[in-house]
Design a protein around this ligand. Structure first.
Ligand code: SF4
Length: 711
């Protein structure tokens, strides 16, 4: 029977970064029902429509079930041996740095840990990055520059306790629906709470907004620089907080004043009404308990990191941080974007939240993993970030790529280049759950992986909360867990001793020990879950959701960071950054006069490999579409529900026209979900050029430049 469990099992939803707890009911080897876990602090029993349909997305149909090499089904032994042999052959022929991995926020932390350990620790290549680069890399870089660590200071209760919640570049109602439900209820209970939505589109999140600012795409840094200058001019700074806990204020203020000399100037730069703008400034400045919640509308930009720091600057300048109901709060898109960061799954990280430049990190990690005796040793400089990685493949500098649980052929910008690079890459290995994806035709070796309901491990949600995802069913056919596949390849590469785990709990235990290894209370390494180490499998199986750090000083976890005003920087002070706003790199022109925005729709997840299996989730939006303002529709001669085409420098996209006053004039919105497997026409990545943020490497997927044609 296809079963690991019977009865009720507590697990977590595999979709967005809210990380809701799910109670699944198993009967005769099937998940027959799901409901929200009332005891999980992320959702207290709530689920959104995607979560409630989880059991409708399961089943063997469409799953990848057998390993394949060069198009032929083979045994696992052959597939693993061939994977190891070909990886080694590429290393021998071209060097360690020609081998790379591209991971995913869909992987569990244990999968991520062993992948990072194998590639960076034992194969000696720094080129391991993740699709989380497309999601929250700018937020990570912003936190690091300000706080000295990639540390989200807030938690979900802060949203409920705030007097003012500012949603920037976040359609919370669609993309993090349970968090939106919590905010909505909190607002009903507290009539004094205000919500401000800052977004080029009028979204469903505006339903609870007291104020909406429909800003020009990409102008966020002008708006928050303007806020900093306004707070200073109106004596609304927290001078004591600035003096005791921060540095860099004067430089930040000076830059803000240069870019935002008056409210009117900012209003012009952001294309918003000056009175409404000043109302926002007044509300922000006069409340202490303010949460600014930001997401991909801020991050997916060539100046995303600067925008994050412009927001953080305002919180630091007002002392609105480290308190209940206060702080700059970045919400991740994927279920385990943060878990991946914890183990070092970004190319600029080494391991356990340490970067290459973290003092002593290379030596520490090398000793912990016992790689000192290996030739080569750990790489000593960061690897290629996602877009750079595929550029390096395109140039022939990377000759072997292992992709796990993601589909770069769809999700990365400049899709034609990505596909060309994959086609020319001498070795492409793909670990995947689904039998039919746009990536698989490029794979030399295909490894069938287990999926949600089958995997065992942990994930970390947007508020630093580590939760268990629990296996309930056995994987279909010959599919195997990602951690197992990686370890088996590692053994065949000669690293049996270091990869001899028999269960994910052993990997988690090692991960927890590494986080606390030589990490004293005075260390600046904030990520520390050492109190979860050494507990054994039963404790792992029973692990309750808990927020890191979890160490000797905080054995029950840490709901909020920086309450003492001490940060993870060398001198303990938070840093305000001078920000000079920059406009999108994808410039509008007479050829491409419309600003393109891309994003999710409410009921779909990523490339729809799971959500499209539940018919009721297709009812909300059934096909690729182009949403645009009535004037733009009239100018192009397109009718509502007609077909139209968008063209950009890199490609084209066809979709059903949806005319909407929610769009600003001159701007269009398309969903990111459809792939060539669903339709040859509606892949949004075809329209985006691969410009990236110079600090975070995050691509500018929110601000394309396109032309519209009637079909
Ligand atoms: Fe899943 Fe996110 Fe919906 Fe919660 S809000 S049920 S984590 S998709």
């Amino acid at each position: 029977a296809n079963r690991l469990a019977e009865g009720d099992v507590r697990t977590t939803c595999p979709y967005c970064g809210v990380g809701c707890g799910v109670k699944a009911t198993i009967d005769s080897g099937n998940v027959i029902a799901v409901e929200g876990d009332r005891e999980h602090p992320a959702n207290y029993g709530r689920l959104c429509v995607k979560g409630t349909a989880l059991h409708e997305t399961l089943g063997v149909h469409g799953r990848l079930q057998h390993p394949r090499v060069d198009g032929q089904d083979v045994s696992w032994e052959q597939a693993l041996a061939e994977t190891a042999r070909r990886l080694q052959a590429q290393r021998n022929a071209h060097g360690n740095h020609t081998v790379a991995a591209y991971l995913s926020g869909q992987l569990l932390t244990e999968d991520y840990y062993v992948a990072n350990k194998l590639f960076k620790g034992f194969l000696g290549t720094p080129h391991l990055d993740t699709n989380s680069r497309l999601c929250m890399a700018s937020a990570v870089a912003g936190y690091k520059r300000a706080f000295g660590a990639d540390a989200v200071p807030c938690n979900y209760e802060d949203l409920e306790e705030a007097e003012l919640v500012v949603l920037v570049g976040s359609n919370l109602a669609w993309n993090h629906p349970v968090l939106y439900q919590r905010l909505k209820v909190a607002k009903e209970r507290n009539p004094l709470m205000r919500v401000v939505v800052i977004d080029p589109r009028v979204t469903d999140s505006c339903e609870i907004a007291d104020l909406y600012l429909g800003i020009r795409p990409g102008s966020d840094a002008y708006l928050f620089n303007g806020l900093l200058a306004w707070m200073s001019a109106h004596h609304r700074l927290d001078s004591l907080y600035l003096e005791r806990h921060t540095e860099g204020f004067n430089e930040a203020l000076s830059a803000a004043q240069q870019s935002a000399s008056s409210v009117n100037d900012v209003a012009i730069a952001c294309d918003v009404d000056p009175e409404r703008l000043e109302t926002f400034y007044y509300w922000f400045a006069s409340q202490l308990h303010v949460v600014t919640l930001y997401s991909q509308g801020v991050n997916q930009s060539t100046s995303g990191t600067d925008k994050c720091n412009a927001i953080i600057n305002c919180h630091l300048a007002g002392g609105k941080l480290g308190l209940p109901g206060a702080g700059p709060f970045s919400i991740t898109g994927q279920p385990n974007a943060m878990g991946g960061r914890e183990v070092g799954g970004l190319a600029n990280q080494l391991a356990a939240h340490m970067d290459y430049h973290t003092p002593g990190a290379l030596d520490l990690v090398s000793r912990f993993w016992a790689t000192e005796h290996l030739a080569p040793t750990l790489p000593d400089a960061p690897g290629h970030k996602a877009v750079e990685l595929f550029d390096a493949i395109d140039r022939g500098e990377i000759t072997a790529l292992w992709v796990m649980a993601t589909n770069p052929a769809v999700s990365l910008p400049d899709g034609a280049k990505i596909r060309r690079a994959l086609a020319a890459c001498p070795l492409v290995i793909v670990s995947e759950c689904v039998a039919n994806t746009d990536l698989l035709p490029y794979a030399d070796i295909v490894l069938p992986a287990s999926g949600w309901s089958e995997k065992d491990g942990t994930v970390t949600n947007s508020e630093r909360r580590i939760s268990r995802q629990r296996g309930m069913l056995t994987p279909p056919g010959e599919a195997q867990h990602d951690w197992w596949i990686i370890c088996e390849v590692a053994k065949r590469l000669g690293f049996a001793e270091a990869f001899s785990y028999s269960h994910p709990w052993e990997i988690f235990d090692e991960h927890a020990r590494l986080s606390g290894f030589e990490n004293s209370g005075t260390s600046k390494r904030l990520f520390d879950i050492s109190a979860l180490a050494g507990k054994g499998r039963d404790a792992y199986d029973a692990l309750s959701p808990i927020q890191w750090p979890v160490n000797q000083s905080a054995p029950r976890g840490t709901p909020r960071l920086f309450e003492e005003g001490v940060f993870a920087t060398a001198n303990g002070r938070a840093k305000l950054l001078p920000i000079t706003p920059r406009l999108p790199e994808q410039a509008l022109s007479s050829t491409y006069p419309l600003r393109l925005n891309t994003g999710r729709v409410r009921d779909q997840w990523h490339t729809m490999t799971r959500t499209a299996r539940a018919p009721r989730l297709m009812n909300h939006r059934a096909e690729p579409f182009i949403e645009l303002h009535p004037v733009d529709a009239a100018n192009a001669g397109v009718a509502d529900q007609g077909l139209a085409m968008l063209t950009a420098a890199e490609g084209e996209y066809r979709g059903r026209v949806r005319i909407s006053n929610a769009q600003r004039q001159g701007e269009v919105f398309v969903p990111m979900h459809w792939t060539d497997c669903f339709t040859k026409q509606g892949r949004s990545g075809a329209l985006i050029t691969g410009y990236t943020d110079p600090v975070s490497g995050q691509p500018e997927t929110k601000q394309g430049a396109v032309a519209l044609t009637n079909l």
